[in-house]
Design a protein around this ligand. Structure first.
Ligand code: UD1
Ligand code: CA
Length: 501
C-alpha cells in the first residue's frame, strides 16, 4: 500500500569537508554500499509518492546512483545549508504531498521500520514536526534536543552553539524528521544564516515552529546506533563495522556457521544456504550466492560467484564471476579470474589459475596450471604445470580438450588446438597440432643416456681434489668433462651430453 500524501527528501548535496576527500561524502561506502544507496533503500519500502534527492557535489555521479531506484534529483548550487537544501527540494515536491520525511544522505544505519514508526507517531500526534532523536553515549558533534520543563521540545541547538550546561544533553538530533508541509514551508522562508558557517539550518525551523505555537515532537530511536552520521573517516569505519555485523547476524540466522565472525566481510547482496561453514578472514562480495553445506575456508575472497550446494573452497582462493556446480572444489591458492564454470565435482588445486573456461564434470587440475579460453570435457585429468598458451600477442585463442583425456604434466597447449576424447598427451609436450581422439600426442625432444658418464665424472672430480662440480669455474668444468670422456673407453662415437638437461 502506498502513501500518496507522503514525499521523501534526502539531503545529499554536501561535500563532506571533514572526510578530506575528492569524493563527495554520500559516494563513500560503508557496509558494501555507497551512503546514498543506503538512504534510498531505507526509504523505498515507505512507498512515498516521490523520493527527491538534493544533490550538489558530484551531482551527476550521485544521480547515477539513485536514478535506477526511481529517485528524482534537484541540484542545490551553492550549498547554503540543510534548511536551504529543503527549500531547493520544494520545487520537485508534488502539491498533493501533505507530509515529508527529510533525512540526511550520510546516515547509512537508518532502518525503514524506524522511518515507518516516525511517520506513524507523526500522524497520531498531528504534530507540525516530529524529530527522530536518540540518546547516545558521546553526543559531541551532533545537534541536541532542547526540551522545556514540561518535557516538550523547545529547539535544536547545534553542537557549536551549545552553552556549557547544554553540552551535557545526550539526546541528539538525527537529522531525520517528519514534517507537515503546510507548516514547514512558511518557516523555511524565515530561516536566517546566523551561525558560524553562515548557512540556513533546517534545525532552526524547530524553534520557529514552536514560536508559532505549533506542536513539535521528538521520538527516540529504539536502537541508538541507527542515527550514526558519517562526517569523518572514523565515522565511516564505525558505520561499516555495524553494517557488516548486521549482515553477518542475518546470515547466521539463516543457519550458517561463521567462525570468528568479526573477521568476515559479507556484502549486502550476498546469500548463503544453511549449514554452510565460513572460516575466519573470508570475504563474500558483490552478488555472490552460496548454496547449502558448502565450506569456505580461511582467507578466501569470492566476488560475484555462485556456489551450488556442497562446494568446498580451500584456503586463500580468489574466485570472481564464476559458477561452481554441486560438489566442486577449488583451492588452496586457486584463482578463478572470471567466467569460469566448474561442473559437478570438478576440482582445481594449488596455484591453478583459470579464466573464461568450462571444466566438465569431475575434471581435475590440481597443481600449477593455467587454463584460459578452454573447454575441458568431463573426466579429464590435467597434469601439473599444464599451460594453455591462449594468447598469440594479438588474439585470445581457444583450447578444446575432450572427455576422459589425460594431459601429462608440463604440457603446453598452443591454441587454437583440440585434443580429442580419450586421448593422451605425453608429459612435457608442446602441443601445436590437434590430437585425434584416443591417440597419444607426444611432442618433446628425445632422451639419450650416456652409460657410466656420471660415475666417471665423479672419479675425475675425486682425482682433482674432491671439489664439487658445481663450484668449479666454467673452464675447469669443461676440462673435467673432457677428462671424464677420456676415462671411459669409447666403443663408438658418442654425442656430447646435452647441456639442457
Ligand atoms: C546535521 C544537523 C545536526 C544533526 C546531524 C545528525 C543541521 C544544521 N545539523 O549536522 O543537528 O545532529 O546532522 O547527523 O542540519 N546537506 C545538503 N546541503 C547543504 C548542507 C548539507 O544537502 O547545504 C546534506 C549533507 O550532504 C548531509 C546532510 O545534509 O548529507 C547533513 O549535513 P551535514 O553537514 O552532515 O550536517 P551535520 O553537521 O552532520
Ligand atoms: Ca552529518
Amino acid at each position: 500500500m502506498g502513501s500518496p500524501d507522503l514525499s521523501v527528501i534526502i539531503l545529499a548535496a554536501g561535500r563532506g569537508t571533514r572526510l578530506k576527500s575528492a569524493l563527495a561524502k554520500v559516494l563513500h561506502r560503508a557496509g558494501g554500499r555507497t551512503l546514498i544507496e543506503h538512504a534510498v533503500l531505507a526509504c523505498r519500502p515507505l512507498k512515498a509518492r516521490e523520493i527527491v534527492a538534493v544533490v550538489g557535489h558530484q551531482a551527476e555521479e550521485v544521480e547515477a546512483r539513485v536514478a535506477p531506484h526511481g529517485v528524482r534529483t534537484v541540484v542545490q548550487q551553492p550549498q547554503r545549508g540543510t534548511g536551504h537544501a529543503v527549500v531547493v527540494a520544494r520545487r520537485a515536491i508534488s502539491s498533493r504531498a501533505k507530509l515529508a520525511i527529510v533525512l540526511p544522505g550520510d546516515a547509512p544505519l537508518l532502518r525503514s521500520t524506524t522511518l515507518g514508526a516516525l511517520i506513524r507517531a507523526h500522524r497520531e500526534s498531528g504534530a507540525a514536526a516530529t524529530i527522530l532523536s536518540a540518546e547516545i553515549e558521546n553526543p559531541s558533534g551532533y545537534g541536541r534536543i532542547l526540551r522545556n520543563e514540561d518535557g516538550s521540545v523547545a529547539a535544536i541547538v547545534e553542537d557549536s552553539a551549545l552553552s556549557p550546561e547544554q553540552r551535557a544533553i545526550r539526546e541528539i538530533n538525527s537529522s531525520t524528521y517528519c514534517f507537515t508541509l503546510e507548516k514547514l514551508w512558511p518557516c523555511l522562508g524565515a530561516l536566517r544564516p546566523k551561525n558560524a558557517h553562515r548557512e540556513l539550518y533546517l534545525t532552526d525551523a524547530i524553534a520557529l515552529l514552536r514560536q508559532k505555537g505549533e506542536n513539535v515532537q521528538a521520538v527516540m530511536a529504539s536502537d541508538a546506533e541507527e542515527v550514526l552520521g558519517c562526517n569523518t573517516r572514523a565515522d565511516l569505519a564505525a558505520a561499516d563495522a555495524l553494517l557488516r555485523r548486521r549482515k553477518r547476524a542475518e546470515i547466521m540466522d539463516a543457519g550458517v556457521t561463521i567462525e570468528l565472525p568479526e573477521t568476515v566481510v559479507i556484502d549486502p547482496g550476498v546469500t548463503v544456504g544453511a549449514d554452510t561453514r565460513i572460516e575466519p578472514g573470508v570475504q563474500l562480495l558483490g552478488k555472490t550466492r552460496v548454496g547449502a553445506n558448502c565450506v569456505i575456508r580461511t582467507g578466501s575472497i569470492l566476488s560475484d560467484v555462485v556456489l551450488e550446494d556442497g562446494v568446498v573452497v580451500k584456503p586463500y582462493s580468489i574466485l570472481h564471476a564464476s559458477h561452481l556446480a554441486r560438489g566442486a572444489q577449488a583451492g588452496p591458492f586457486t584463482h578463478l579470474r572470471a567466467e569460469v564454470r566448474m561442473e559437478e565435482n570438478a576440482r582445481v588445486g594449488n596455484f591453478v589459475e583459470v579464466k573464461k573456461s568450462v571444466l566438465g564434470e569431475g575434471v581435475k587440475a590440481m597443481h600449477l596450471t593455467y587454463l584460459g579460453d578452454a573447454r575441458v570435457g568431463s573426466g579429464t585429468n590435467v597434469g601439473a604445470g599444464t599451460i594453455t598458451c591462449n594468447y598469440d600477442g594479438t588474439r585470445k585463442n581457444p583450447t578444446t580438450i575432450g572427455k576422459r583425456v589425460f594431459i601429462g604434466s608440463d604440457t603446453a597447449l598452443v591454441a587454437p588446438v583440440r585434443v580429442g576424447d580419450g586421448a593422451y598427451v605425453a608429459a612435457g609436450s608442446v602441443i601445436t597440432e590437434n590430437v585425434p581422439p584416443n591417440a597419444l600426442g607426444i611432442a618433446r625432444g628425445r632422451q639419450s643416456n650416456k652409460p657410466g658418464w656420471a660415475a666417471a665424472r665423479r672419479r675425475e672430480v675425486a682425482r682433482q681434489g674432491g671439489r664439487a662440480a658445481s663450484s668449479k669455474p666454467a673452464k675447469s668444468r669443461k676440462k673435467s668433462r673432457r677428462a671424464a670422456r677420456r676415462a671411459k673407453p669409447r666403443r663408438k662415437k658418442q654425442r656430447r651430453p646435452s647441456r639442457r638437461r
